[in-house]
Design a protein around this ligand. Structure first.
Ligand code: SAH
Length: 213
C-alpha cells in the first residue's frame, strides 16, 4: 500500500470520524508525509492511531492529537507561529502548510538536528528550528500570532503568554506529570481567556518554567 493511501485512511478513520472539521487541517494532514519524520523502526506504524517513539525517550504525537491542537489554533494562513517541542518536526510541517512562518524550539540538540534535516529534505522553507529551552519562548522573533506547546507543563510558562500577540491563540497541555488537559488560551488586550478542551498525555516540558527534571 502506498503512503498516500495510508494517509487518506488515517484522516478519514482517525480524524474525520472523530469530529475534526477544519478542511485546511484535514488537507494538510493528507499531504504531509508523516513517515519521513520518523526513525526507521517506527516508519511501518507511521499512520497508526498512536504516539510513537522517535528516540531520546521522546514521542511523535498521535495523529488525532496533532489534528485537535492544530484545529484549536484556528490558522488562516498569514500567521507567525511558535512551536515548543520540535521532536520529529512533523507537527512543525503541518503548521508550515497552514501558516506563513513557523519557529520551533527543541531542547535536545540531536532531535533538533534531525528535525531540521527532515523538514529541509521534504522541502519546507518556512520553518526555523532552534535548540534552546522553549519555556523561555523565542524573544528574538516575538510576538507570535499563535503558540503551540507540545510537551506538558504544570502551568503555561509566563514568557509564552508574554510573547503572544493581541488576539493571539496559545494551545498547551497543562496539568499533572502523567495526565493533562489541553488548554486553548486567547489573548484580548491584557486579558487571557482559557478554554479547557480534552484530556491528554504528553511527555514533560523540562526547563526553567516547566518541570525541573
Ligand atoms: N511536536 C513533536 C512532538 C513533541 S514531543 C512532533 O511533532 O514530533 C515533546 C518534545 O518537547 C520532545 O522532543 C522534548 O525534547 C521537547 N521538550 C521538552 N522540554 C522542552 C523545552 N523546555 N524546550 C524545548 N523543547 C522541549
Amino acid at each position: 500500500m502506498d503512503d498516500e493511501y495510508l494517509r487518506n485512511l488515517m484522516v478519514d478513520r482517525q480524524l474525520v470520524s472523530r469530529g475534526i472539521r477544519d478542511e485546511r487541517v484535514l488537507a494538510a494532514m493528507r499531504k504531509v508525509p508523516r513517515h519521513l519524520f520518523m526513525p526507521g523502526p517506527s516508519r511501518d506504524h507511521a499512520y497508526s492511531d498512536m504516539a510513537l517513539p522517535i528516540g531520546q525517550n521522546q514521542t511523535i504525537s498521535q495523529p488525532y492529537m496533532v489534528a485537535i491542537m492544530t484545529e484549536l489554533l484556528e490558522l488562516k494562513g498569514h500567521e507567525r507561529v511558535l512551536e515548543i517541542g520540535t521532536g520529529s518536526g512533523y507537527q512543525a510541517a503541518v503548521l508550515a502548510e497552514l501558516a506563513a512562518e513557523v519557529y520551533t524550539v527543541e531542547r535536545i540538540p540531536d532531535l533538533a538536528a534531525s528535525a531540521a534535516r527532515n523538514l529541509a529534505d521534504v522541502g519546507y522553507r518556512n520553518v526555523h528550528v532552534l535548540t534552546a529551552d522553549g519555556t523561555l519562548g523565542d524573544p528574538e522573533h516575538a510576538p507570535f500570532d499563535r503558540i503551540l506547546v507540545t510537551a506538558a507543563a504544570p502551568d503555561i510558562p509566563q514568557p509564552l503568554l508574554d510573547q503572544l500577540a493581541d488576539r493571539g491563540i496559545l494551545v498547551a497541555p497543562v496539568g499533572e506529570r502523567y495526565s493533562q488537559i489541553l488548554v486553548q488560551a486567547i489573548r484580548t488586550g491584557n486579558t487571557i481567556h482559557k478554554n479547557y478542551q480534552t484530556h491528554c498525555i504528553f511527555v514533560p516540558l523540562l526547563g526553567r518554567h516547566g518541570w525541573s527534571s
